[in-house]
Design a protein around this ligand. Structure first.
Ligand code: SF4
Length: 454
Protein backbone atom coordinates (compact mmCIF):
# COMPACT_ATOMS: atom_id res chain seq x y z
CA UNK A 1 0.00 0.00 0.00
CA UNK A 2 1.31 3.43 -0.96
CA UNK A 3 1.73 6.20 1.57
CA UNK A 4 -0.06 9.52 1.00
CA UNK A 5 3.27 11.21 0.24
CA UNK A 6 4.03 8.67 -2.52
CA UNK A 7 0.77 9.29 -4.38
CA UNK A 8 0.27 11.29 -7.54
CA UNK A 9 -3.04 13.06 -8.05
CA UNK A 10 -4.77 14.14 -11.23
CA UNK A 11 -7.27 16.96 -10.81
CA UNK A 12 -9.97 17.77 -13.38
CA UNK A 13 -11.96 20.95 -13.04
CA UNK A 14 -15.39 21.73 -14.51
CA UNK A 15 -17.28 25.01 -14.53
CA UNK A 16 -16.50 28.51 -13.40
CA UNK A 17 -13.50 30.46 -12.15
CA UNK A 18 -14.59 29.86 -8.56
CA UNK A 19 -14.05 26.18 -9.25
CA UNK A 20 -10.66 26.89 -10.87
CA UNK A 21 -9.73 28.78 -7.74
CA UNK A 22 -10.93 25.96 -5.48
CA UNK A 23 -8.89 23.52 -7.55
CA UNK A 24 -5.78 25.69 -7.12
CA UNK A 25 -6.36 25.76 -3.38
CA UNK A 26 -7.00 22.02 -3.27
CA UNK A 27 -3.86 21.32 -5.32
CA UNK A 28 -1.85 23.48 -2.90
CA UNK A 29 -3.30 21.52 0.02
CA UNK A 30 -2.47 18.13 -1.55
CA UNK A 31 1.04 19.25 -2.47
CA UNK A 32 1.53 20.46 1.10
CA UNK A 33 0.46 16.98 2.27
CA UNK A 34 3.40 15.59 0.28
CA UNK A 35 1.61 14.35 -2.85
CA UNK A 36 2.71 15.23 -6.35
CA UNK A 37 0.55 16.29 -9.26
CA UNK A 38 0.35 14.72 -12.69
CA UNK A 39 -1.43 15.96 -15.79
CA UNK A 40 -1.49 12.40 -17.15
CA UNK A 41 -4.54 10.54 -15.91
CA UNK A 42 -3.08 7.07 -16.44
CA UNK A 43 -0.12 7.91 -14.15
CA UNK A 44 -2.31 9.01 -11.27
CA UNK A 45 -3.00 7.12 -8.03
CA UNK A 46 -5.86 9.47 -7.24
CA UNK A 47 -8.23 11.09 -9.75
CA UNK A 48 -10.31 13.97 -8.42
CA UNK A 49 -13.19 15.62 -10.28
CA UNK A 50 -13.97 19.15 -9.12
CA UNK A 51 -17.51 19.51 -10.42
CA UNK A 52 -19.96 22.29 -11.22
CA UNK A 53 -23.72 22.21 -10.78
CA UNK A 54 -24.74 25.50 -12.31
CA UNK A 55 -25.60 24.02 -15.71
CA UNK A 56 -27.06 20.61 -16.30
CA UNK A 57 -24.69 20.12 -19.20
CA UNK A 58 -21.61 20.58 -16.97
CA UNK A 59 -22.99 17.95 -14.59
CA UNK A 60 -23.69 15.52 -17.40
CA UNK A 61 -20.18 15.97 -18.76
CA UNK A 62 -18.60 15.35 -15.35
CA UNK A 63 -20.83 12.32 -14.68
CA UNK A 64 -19.81 10.87 -18.05
CA UNK A 65 -16.11 11.24 -17.22
CA UNK A 66 -16.53 9.82 -13.72
CA UNK A 67 -18.39 6.86 -15.26
CA UNK A 68 -15.42 6.14 -17.55
CA UNK A 69 -13.10 5.75 -14.55
CA UNK A 70 -15.06 2.63 -13.53
CA UNK A 71 -13.16 0.73 -16.18
CA UNK A 72 -9.81 2.19 -15.05
CA UNK A 73 -10.57 1.05 -11.53
CA UNK A 74 -11.42 -2.46 -12.71
CA UNK A 75 -7.88 -2.68 -14.10
CA UNK A 76 -6.27 -0.95 -11.11
CA UNK A 77 -8.01 -1.73 -7.86
CA UNK A 78 -5.85 0.64 -5.83
CA UNK A 79 -6.90 3.66 -7.90
CA UNK A 80 -8.80 6.22 -5.80
CA UNK A 81 -11.60 8.29 -7.31
CA UNK A 82 -12.92 11.45 -5.62
CA UNK A 83 -15.76 13.75 -6.62
CA UNK A 84 -15.76 17.21 -5.06
CA UNK A 85 -17.35 20.64 -5.55
CA UNK A 86 -20.89 21.78 -6.34
CA UNK A 87 -22.28 18.57 -7.85
CA UNK A 88 -20.79 16.58 -4.98
CA UNK A 89 -22.56 18.96 -2.59
CA UNK A 90 -25.86 18.63 -4.44
CA UNK A 91 -25.93 14.87 -4.91
CA UNK A 92 -23.94 13.79 -1.83
CA UNK A 93 -23.98 10.12 -0.88
CA UNK A 94 -26.26 9.23 -3.80
CA UNK A 95 -23.18 9.58 -5.97
CA UNK A 96 -21.55 6.60 -4.28
CA UNK A 97 -24.87 4.70 -4.41
CA UNK A 98 -24.99 5.22 -8.17
CA UNK A 99 -21.26 4.92 -8.82
CA UNK A 100 -19.79 2.53 -6.24
CA UNK A 101 -16.32 2.87 -7.73
CA UNK A 102 -16.15 6.44 -6.29
CA UNK A 103 -14.19 6.51 -3.00
CA UNK A 104 -14.97 9.93 -1.58
CA UNK A 105 -17.38 12.80 -2.10
CA UNK A 106 -16.65 16.28 -0.69
CA UNK A 107 -18.92 19.32 -1.05
CA UNK A 108 -17.76 22.90 -1.51
CA UNK A 109 -17.49 23.56 2.24
CA UNK A 110 -15.41 20.44 2.93
CA UNK A 111 -12.47 20.73 0.57
CA UNK A 112 -10.07 21.08 3.51
CA UNK A 113 -11.03 17.52 4.60
CA UNK A 114 -9.90 15.91 1.34
CA UNK A 115 -6.34 14.89 2.41
CA UNK A 116 -7.89 13.05 5.39
CA UNK A 117 -10.50 11.41 3.14
CA UNK A 118 -7.77 10.24 0.75
CA UNK A 119 -5.83 8.81 3.69
CA UNK A 120 -8.91 6.87 4.84
CA UNK A 121 -9.41 5.51 1.33
CA UNK A 122 -5.74 4.50 1.08
CA UNK A 123 -5.26 2.97 4.49
CA UNK A 124 -8.70 1.62 5.40
CA UNK A 125 -10.38 1.35 1.98
CA UNK A 126 -13.00 3.53 3.66
CA UNK A 127 -15.50 5.45 1.55
CA UNK A 128 -16.49 8.88 2.86
CA UNK A 129 -19.00 11.60 2.09
CA UNK A 130 -18.76 15.11 3.56
CA UNK A 131 -21.19 17.87 2.62
CA UNK A 132 -22.77 20.95 4.25
CA UNK A 133 -21.39 24.28 5.45
CA UNK A 134 -20.72 25.99 8.72
CA UNK A 135 -18.91 29.18 9.55
CA UNK A 136 -15.85 27.66 11.18
CA UNK A 137 -15.26 25.32 8.26
CA UNK A 138 -15.62 28.23 5.86
CA UNK A 139 -13.00 30.18 7.76
CA UNK A 140 -10.70 27.15 7.68
CA UNK A 141 -11.06 26.83 3.95
CA UNK A 142 -10.27 30.48 3.34
CA UNK A 143 -7.24 30.10 5.55
CA UNK A 144 -5.97 27.31 3.35
CA UNK A 145 -6.20 29.34 0.14
CA UNK A 146 -2.76 30.58 -0.64
CA UNK A 147 -1.45 30.93 -4.18
CA UNK A 148 -1.44 29.20 -7.50
CA UNK A 149 0.97 26.50 -6.47
CA UNK A 150 0.39 23.71 -8.93
CA UNK A 151 2.20 22.24 -11.88
CA UNK A 152 0.57 24.60 -14.37
CA UNK A 153 2.60 27.35 -15.98
CA UNK A 154 2.99 30.28 -13.63
CA UNK A 155 1.27 33.35 -14.99
CA UNK A 156 1.51 36.97 -13.84
CA UNK A 157 -2.13 36.75 -12.70
CA UNK A 158 -3.60 35.04 -9.66
CA UNK A 159 -7.11 34.50 -8.39
CA UNK A 160 -8.11 35.55 -4.90
CA UNK A 161 -11.41 34.33 -3.45
CA UNK A 162 -12.89 37.16 -1.43
CA UNK A 163 -16.15 35.48 -0.49
CA UNK A 164 -18.04 32.25 -0.81
CA UNK A 165 -21.68 31.42 -1.31
CA UNK A 166 -24.51 33.68 -2.38
CA UNK A 167 -27.58 35.24 -0.75
CA UNK A 168 -29.25 36.40 -3.96
CA UNK A 169 -31.41 33.36 -4.73
CA UNK A 170 -31.95 34.13 -8.39
CA UNK A 171 -34.85 31.85 -9.17
CA UNK A 172 -32.97 29.73 -11.73
CA UNK A 173 -29.73 29.27 -9.79
CA UNK A 174 -28.57 26.38 -7.65
CA UNK A 175 -25.51 28.18 -6.21
CA UNK A 176 -27.04 29.39 -2.90
CA UNK A 177 -28.08 25.77 -2.23
CA UNK A 178 -24.74 24.16 -3.07
CA UNK A 179 -22.29 26.87 -1.99
CA UNK A 180 -24.28 28.09 1.01
CA UNK A 181 -24.91 31.64 2.22
CA UNK A 182 -22.48 34.51 1.59
CA UNK A 183 -19.41 34.57 3.78
CA UNK A 184 -16.91 37.33 3.13
CA UNK A 185 -13.28 36.95 3.96
CA UNK A 186 -11.73 39.54 6.30
CA UNK A 187 -10.24 42.45 4.36
CA UNK A 188 -6.86 42.20 6.12
CA UNK A 189 -6.55 38.55 5.06
CA UNK A 190 -7.22 39.39 1.40
CA UNK A 191 -4.74 42.25 1.42
CA UNK A 192 -2.10 39.99 3.04
CA UNK A 193 -2.69 37.35 0.38
CA UNK A 194 -2.32 39.98 -2.35
CA UNK A 195 0.91 41.23 -0.75
CA UNK A 196 2.39 37.74 -0.68
CA UNK A 197 1.31 37.11 -4.28
CA UNK A 198 3.03 40.33 -5.35
CA UNK A 199 6.16 39.24 -3.46
CA UNK A 200 6.16 36.04 -5.49
CA UNK A 201 5.95 37.92 -8.81
CA UNK A 202 2.22 38.27 -9.44
CA UNK A 203 1.26 41.51 -11.21
CA UNK A 204 -2.49 41.13 -11.52
CA UNK A 205 -5.07 39.85 -9.05
CA UNK A 206 -8.46 38.59 -10.06
CA UNK A 207 -10.96 38.88 -7.20
CA UNK A 208 -13.56 36.13 -7.20
CA UNK A 209 -16.95 35.71 -5.62
CA UNK A 210 -20.50 34.90 -6.68
CA UNK A 211 -21.41 38.52 -5.97
CA UNK A 212 -18.28 40.52 -5.24
CA UNK A 213 -20.21 43.80 -5.10
CA UNK A 214 -22.03 42.37 -2.07
CA UNK A 215 -18.70 41.71 -0.30
CA UNK A 216 -19.37 42.47 3.35
CA UNK A 217 -16.95 41.16 5.97
CA UNK A 218 -18.98 42.84 8.74
CA UNK A 219 -22.27 41.31 7.65
CA UNK A 220 -24.78 41.48 10.45
CA UNK A 221 -23.91 45.12 11.07
CA UNK A 222 -26.66 47.21 9.44
CA UNK A 223 -25.10 48.48 6.26
CA UNK A 224 -25.56 51.93 4.80
CA UNK A 225 -26.99 51.30 1.29
CA UNK A 226 -24.65 54.00 -0.05
CA UNK A 227 -21.56 52.29 1.40
CA UNK A 228 -19.54 49.63 -0.40
CA UNK A 229 -17.07 47.49 1.55
CA UNK A 230 -16.00 46.10 -1.84
CA UNK A 231 -15.01 49.63 -2.95
CA UNK A 232 -12.97 49.93 0.28
CA UNK A 233 -11.24 46.64 -0.54
CA UNK A 234 -10.41 47.89 -4.05
CA UNK A 235 -8.88 51.05 -2.52
CA UNK A 236 -6.70 49.02 -0.18
CA UNK A 237 -5.49 46.74 -2.99
CA UNK A 238 -4.90 49.72 -5.27
CA UNK A 239 -2.34 51.05 -2.81
CA UNK A 240 -0.14 47.91 -2.95
CA UNK A 241 3.07 48.83 -4.71
CA UNK A 242 4.22 46.26 -7.24
CA UNK A 243 0.64 45.28 -8.07
CA UNK A 244 -0.28 46.54 -11.54
CA UNK A 245 -3.84 45.46 -12.12
CA UNK A 246 -7.01 44.44 -10.30
CA UNK A 247 -9.87 42.58 -11.95
CA UNK A 248 -12.99 41.09 -10.43
CA UNK A 249 -15.95 38.88 -11.23
CA UNK A 250 -18.93 38.90 -10.84
CA UNK A 251 -20.73 41.89 -9.35
CA UNK A 252 -24.53 41.82 -9.09
CA UNK A 253 -26.06 44.96 -10.70
CA UNK A 254 -28.27 45.49 -7.63
CA UNK A 255 -25.14 46.05 -5.48
CA UNK A 256 -23.22 48.15 -8.03
CA UNK A 257 -23.91 51.44 -6.24
CA UNK A 258 -22.56 54.98 -6.76
CA UNK A 259 -19.75 54.41 -4.24
CA UNK A 260 -18.51 51.39 -6.21
CA UNK A 261 -18.87 53.18 -9.56
CA UNK A 262 -16.74 56.03 -8.29
CA UNK A 263 -14.07 53.64 -6.93
CA UNK A 264 -13.88 51.77 -10.25
CA UNK A 265 -13.50 55.06 -12.13
CA UNK A 266 -10.98 56.66 -9.81
CA UNK A 267 -8.60 53.79 -8.95
CA UNK A 268 -5.94 53.47 -11.64
CA UNK A 269 -5.18 49.78 -11.04
CA UNK A 270 -8.80 48.67 -11.40
CA UNK A 271 -9.07 47.46 -14.99
CA UNK A 272 -11.31 49.18 -17.50
CA UNK A 273 -13.28 46.02 -18.17
CA UNK A 274 -16.34 45.02 -16.19
CA UNK A 275 -18.27 41.76 -16.27
CA UNK A 276 -21.81 42.69 -15.22
CA UNK A 277 -24.35 39.86 -15.61
CA UNK A 278 -27.66 41.21 -16.94
CA UNK A 279 -29.44 37.87 -17.63
CA UNK A 280 -32.38 39.56 -19.44
CA UNK A 281 -33.37 42.94 -20.85
CA UNK A 282 -37.03 42.41 -19.95
CA UNK A 283 -38.16 43.78 -16.58
CA UNK A 284 -40.90 41.17 -16.40
CA UNK A 285 -38.41 38.33 -16.85
CA UNK A 286 -35.96 39.94 -14.41
CA UNK A 287 -38.73 39.92 -11.79
CA UNK A 288 -39.43 36.24 -12.48
CA UNK A 289 -35.71 35.60 -12.16
CA UNK A 290 -35.72 37.38 -8.78
CA UNK A 291 -33.12 39.85 -10.06
CA UNK A 292 -34.01 43.08 -8.21
CA UNK A 293 -33.12 45.70 -10.85
CA UNK A 294 -34.65 46.96 -14.07
CA UNK A 295 -33.12 47.15 -17.54
CA UNK A 296 -33.00 50.96 -17.09
CA UNK A 297 -31.12 50.68 -13.82
CA UNK A 298 -28.64 48.30 -15.49
CA UNK A 299 -28.15 50.70 -18.41
CA UNK A 300 -27.67 53.61 -16.03
CA UNK A 301 -24.72 51.80 -14.36
CA UNK A 302 -23.17 51.16 -17.77
CA UNK A 303 -23.64 54.73 -18.97
CA UNK A 304 -22.19 56.22 -15.78
CA UNK A 305 -19.08 54.11 -16.27
CA UNK A 306 -18.87 54.62 -20.01
CA UNK A 307 -19.54 58.37 -19.96
CA UNK A 308 -16.56 58.91 -17.67
CA UNK A 309 -14.40 56.24 -19.32
CA UNK A 310 -15.22 55.59 -23.00
CA UNK A 311 -12.41 52.99 -23.17
CA UNK A 312 -14.20 50.74 -20.71
CA UNK A 313 -15.39 47.40 -22.10
CA UNK A 314 -18.21 45.24 -20.78
CA UNK A 315 -19.13 41.58 -20.78
CA UNK A 316 -22.21 39.87 -19.45
CA UNK A 317 -24.23 36.68 -18.88
CA UNK A 318 -27.61 36.21 -20.57
CA UNK A 319 -30.23 33.47 -20.32
CA UNK A 320 -32.54 32.98 -23.30
CA UNK A 321 -35.77 30.98 -23.15
CA UNK A 322 -36.52 31.54 -19.47
CA UNK A 323 -40.07 30.26 -18.70
CA UNK A 324 -42.71 32.42 -20.45
CA UNK A 325 -40.11 34.52 -22.35
CA UNK A 326 -42.01 36.04 -25.30
CA UNK A 327 -40.63 37.49 -28.54
CA UNK A 328 -41.11 40.91 -26.99
CA UNK A 329 -39.05 39.96 -23.90
CA UNK A 330 -36.35 38.56 -26.13
CA UNK A 331 -36.28 41.71 -28.26
CA UNK A 332 -35.83 43.76 -25.08
CA UNK A 333 -32.71 41.67 -24.32
CA UNK A 334 -31.47 42.02 -27.88
CA UNK A 335 -31.96 45.77 -27.79
CA UNK A 336 -30.21 46.13 -24.41
CA UNK A 337 -27.25 44.18 -25.72
CA UNK A 338 -27.01 46.42 -28.77
CA UNK A 339 -27.23 49.53 -26.59
CA UNK A 340 -24.37 48.42 -24.35
CA UNK A 341 -22.17 47.00 -27.13
CA UNK A 342 -20.69 44.16 -25.09
CA UNK A 343 -17.25 42.83 -25.94
CA UNK A 344 -18.18 39.39 -24.71
CA UNK A 345 -21.28 37.60 -23.50
CA UNK A 346 -21.93 34.14 -22.10
CA UNK A 347 -25.33 33.25 -23.51
CA UNK A 348 -27.12 30.25 -22.07
CA UNK A 349 -30.26 28.45 -23.14
CA UNK A 350 -32.43 28.09 -20.05
CA UNK A 351 -32.72 24.64 -18.56
CA UNK A 352 -34.39 23.99 -15.21
CA UNK A 353 -32.27 22.97 -12.21
CA UNK A 354 -34.25 20.90 -9.79
CA UNK A 355 -34.45 22.44 -6.35
CA UNK A 356 -34.70 26.01 -7.66
CA UNK A 357 -37.86 28.17 -7.70
CA UNK A 358 -37.83 28.47 -11.50
CA UNK A 359 -37.96 24.67 -11.83
CA UNK A 360 -41.60 24.94 -10.64
CA UNK A 361 -42.44 27.13 -13.66
CA UNK A 362 -43.36 25.42 -16.94
CA UNK A 363 -40.29 25.20 -19.19
CA UNK A 364 -42.52 26.38 -22.03
CA UNK A 365 -40.15 27.95 -24.56
CA UNK A 366 -39.47 25.30 -27.22
CA UNK A 367 -35.85 24.26 -27.61
CA UNK A 368 -35.88 25.39 -31.27
CA UNK A 369 -36.87 28.91 -30.12
CA UNK A 370 -34.15 28.90 -27.45
CA UNK A 371 -31.63 27.87 -30.09
CA UNK A 372 -32.75 30.62 -32.48
CA UNK A 373 -32.56 33.27 -29.77
CA UNK A 374 -29.15 32.03 -28.71
CA UNK A 375 -27.87 32.13 -32.29
CA UNK A 376 -29.27 35.61 -32.97
CA UNK A 377 -27.57 37.07 -29.90
CA UNK A 378 -24.26 35.37 -30.75
CA UNK A 379 -24.42 36.71 -34.31
CA UNK A 380 -25.22 40.24 -33.10
CA UNK A 381 -22.34 40.02 -30.66
CA UNK A 382 -19.82 38.74 -33.21
CA UNK A 383 -20.62 41.46 -35.74
CA UNK A 384 -20.50 44.29 -33.21
CA UNK A 385 -17.19 43.05 -31.73
CA UNK A 386 -15.73 42.72 -35.23
CA UNK A 387 -16.70 46.32 -36.02
CA UNK A 388 -15.24 47.66 -32.80
CA UNK A 389 -12.05 45.62 -33.20
CA UNK A 390 -11.52 47.14 -36.66
CA UNK A 391 -11.56 50.58 -35.11
CA UNK A 392 -8.69 49.59 -32.82
CA UNK A 393 -6.20 49.05 -35.66
CA UNK A 394 -3.48 51.71 -35.30
CA UNK A 395 -4.20 52.26 -31.59
CA UNK A 396 -1.59 51.54 -28.91
CA UNK A 397 -2.35 49.61 -25.72
CA UNK A 398 -0.34 48.81 -22.65
CA UNK A 399 -0.47 45.00 -22.48
CA UNK A 400 0.38 42.74 -19.57
CA UNK A 401 2.42 39.96 -21.14
CA UNK A 402 0.90 36.52 -20.42
CA UNK A 403 3.34 34.20 -22.23
CA UNK A 404 3.49 32.08 -25.38
CA UNK A 405 0.20 31.68 -27.22
CA UNK A 406 -1.50 28.30 -26.67
CA UNK A 407 -2.03 27.83 -30.42
CA UNK A 408 1.39 28.93 -31.64
CA UNK A 409 4.16 29.09 -29.08
CA UNK A 410 6.31 31.28 -31.33
CA UNK A 411 3.84 34.08 -30.75
CA UNK A 412 2.99 35.56 -27.38
CA UNK A 413 -0.17 36.97 -25.90
CA UNK A 414 -0.79 40.01 -23.78
CA UNK A 415 -3.92 41.58 -22.36
CA UNK A 416 -4.87 45.22 -22.39
CA UNK A 417 -6.28 46.97 -19.37
CA UNK A 418 -9.72 46.75 -21.02
CA UNK A 419 -9.34 42.99 -21.47
CA UNK A 420 -8.45 42.74 -25.15
CA UNK A 421 -6.18 39.78 -25.91
CA UNK A 422 -3.38 40.82 -28.25
CA UNK A 423 -1.12 38.41 -30.16
CA UNK A 424 2.36 39.61 -31.07
CA UNK A 425 5.89 38.47 -31.91
CA UNK A 426 8.01 38.43 -28.74
CA UNK A 427 11.24 40.40 -28.35
CA UNK A 428 14.48 39.25 -26.75
CA UNK A 429 14.35 39.08 -22.96
CA UNK A 430 10.57 39.23 -22.72
CA UNK A 431 8.98 37.58 -19.66
CA UNK A 432 5.40 37.02 -18.50
CA UNK A 433 4.37 39.96 -16.34
CA UNK A 434 6.13 42.62 -18.43
CA UNK A 435 4.02 45.63 -19.32
CA UNK A 436 4.60 46.56 -22.97
CA UNK A 437 3.27 49.16 -25.37
CA UNK A 438 1.76 47.31 -28.33
CA UNK A 439 0.33 48.89 -31.48
CA UNK A 440 -2.55 47.01 -33.12
CA UNK A 441 -1.76 46.09 -36.71
CA UNK A 442 -4.64 43.77 -37.62
CA UNK A 443 -7.94 42.57 -36.20
CA UNK A 444 -10.47 39.77 -36.63
CA UNK A 445 -13.84 39.20 -34.97
CA UNK A 446 -12.10 37.46 -32.09
CA UNK A 447 -8.48 38.52 -32.02
CA UNK A 448 -6.19 41.53 -32.16
CA UNK A 449 -2.69 41.26 -33.60
CA UNK A 450 -0.02 43.79 -32.69
CA UNK A 451 3.61 44.82 -32.72
CA UNK A 452 5.73 45.81 -29.75
CA UNK A 453 6.63 49.51 -29.83
CA UNK A 454 10.39 49.83 -29.26
S1 SF4 B 1 -26.17 36.16 -7.98
FE1 SF4 B 1 -27.87 34.83 -8.66
S2 SF4 B 1 -26.99 33.79 -10.44
FE2 SF4 B 1 -25.26 34.60 -9.30
S3 SF4 B 1 -24.64 32.95 -7.93
FE3 SF4 B 1 -26.07 34.24 -6.77
S4 SF4 B 1 -28.07 33.27 -7.06
FE4 SF4 B 1 -26.71 32.45 -8.65
Amino acid sequence: MKKLSECRFHLRTYGCQMNERDSDALAAELLAAGMSRTEIESEADIIIFNTCSVREQAERKALGKIGITKKLKRDREDLIIGVVGCMAERIGSELIDKMPHVDFVAGTGKLHMIPEMIKDALEKRKKSVETGHDDSECAGLFGSLSRRSDSKQQTPSAFISIMRGCNCFCSYCIVPYVRGREKSRPMREIVDEALSLVDSGVKEVFLLGQNVAGYDPDSGRKRDPDASPFAELLEKLNSISGLSRIRFTSPHPADFNARLISAVLSLPKVCRSIHLPVQSGSDRILRLMNRPYSADKYLSIISRLKDSCPEMTFSTDVIVGFPSETDEDFLATRSLMKTVGFDNAFIFKYSPRSGTKAADLPDDVPISVKEDRNRILLEDLASSVEERNKMLVGRTFEALVEGPSKRNSERWTGRSDNNKVIIFDPCVGITPGDLLQIVITRSTATTLYGKILQ
